[in-house]
Design a protein around this ligand. Structure first.
Ligand code: HEM
Length: 201
């Protein structure tokens, strides 16, 4: 098991993956909302980028989970109250569920679209990302039904991350930084190494 130089900080790889995935999620929500305001064929270019970023988020999240299994994250600060510990853990688990569930439902929705043969998923213009065969080969009626189900699930997971998880996560980080003043944020920042690391170090 690899050790970090600062046992109270996340490893450099975990920090990089955290901020990269965070930036990609925000960008991807932006592309989806932008596409929502367009009509007909205008939607296709931003949605193709949205799909490519979404699939990249899926792959990076799997890499992040694998990294986390081999390199255990630092323990939570010892002085957290039980409700803070429970809330933080719940939000973290839900983030992983959504970071996997959101791309999977998007991929499933697009695979179950009658237009998948005309507009296959074009991965950043480098080639086709495969559709989920079991969905793209369904009879028309079942395909429409599956498409509707995955579209609803995708929209609900998107609302969960945008309106609940991200605000709770940011509020928690800001509370620690500015109300508790325990420097907890430094555990996940790449540039505060010189301050001696994370909370209560
Ligand atoms: C973490 C990654 C992703 C995030 C954060 C995300 C977020 C969103 C959001 C916020 C919306 C708008 C939902 C609404 O207006 O109700 C949306 C729509 C959409 N997403 Fe994603 N998405 C992700 C991954 C994917 C993937 C991997 C695909 C396909 C391969 C995909 C395909 C779509 C499509 C086609 C729409 C438009 C649906 C419609 O027109 O009704 N998304 N996404």
């Amino acid at each position: 098991m690899a050790k970090t130089a600062h046992p109270d900080r996340y490893s450099t790889v975990a920090i990089l993956l955290h901020w990269l995935i965070a930036a990609m999620i925000v960008t991807n929500v932006g592309y989806a909302w932008y596409a929502n305001g367009l009509h007909g064929l205008e939607k296709i270019p931003p949605l193709q980028i949205h799909k490519s970023i979404g699939i990249s988020i899926l792959l990076l999240t799997l890499a992040r989970l694998a990294w986390r299994l081999v390199n255990r994250p630092p323990p939570m600060p010892a002085d957290l109250k039980p409700w803070e510990r429970l809330l933080a853990r719940t939000v973290h688990v839900l983030f992983y569920v959504v970071m996997i569930g959101l791309p999977l439902t998007g991929w499933a929705m697009v695979s179950a679209s009658p237009t998948i043969k005309i507009y296959p998923i074009n991965f950043f213009g480098y080639g086709h990302w495969p559709a989920i065969q079991a969905l793209s080969s369904l009879p028309h009626d079942q395909m429409k039904q599956a498409h509707g189900t995955f579209e609803t699930a995708h929209g609900l997971l998107a609302k969960l991350i945008v309106y609940l998880l991200i605000p709770l996560h940011i509020a928690g980080a800001l509370k620690h930084q500015f109300i508790d003043k325990d420097n907890d944020l430094a555990r996940m920042l790449p540039f505060l190494r010189g301050l001696g690391g994370g909370a209560k170090t």
